[in-house]
Design a protein around this ligand. Structure first.
Ligand SMILES: [Zn+2]
Length: 78
């Protein structure tokens, strides 16, 4: 009998759907591609539940809600 483990390339979507500290090294501002500053409001097991990502260059806050970082450029939020 052979058990095959289905390996799907989920890693990318998981990375986007769950905000973790490790992600800070790959996340950049969608507008200026600059570094973002993480502000944690609620955290559980290394996952940021809520908080925000702040771009000091654009002076824009990107909210993190239910572990999902919203990195839409500000003009698309309006
Ligand atoms: Zn920026």
């Amino acid at each position: 009998m052979c058990f095959k483990i289905a390996y799907t390339p989920l890693s990318l979507s998981v990375k986007i759907r769950f905000m973790k500290h490790e992600l800070m090294s790959i996340l950049v501002c969608p507008v200026c591609k600059g570094k973002l500053e993480l502000k944690t409001e609620q955290e559980s097991n290394g996952e940021i539940i809520s908080g925000s990502l702040y771009c000091p260059r654009c002076k824009v806050n990107y909210p993190i809600t239910e572990t999902i970082p919203n990195l839409l450029p500000p003009e698309k939020l309006n």
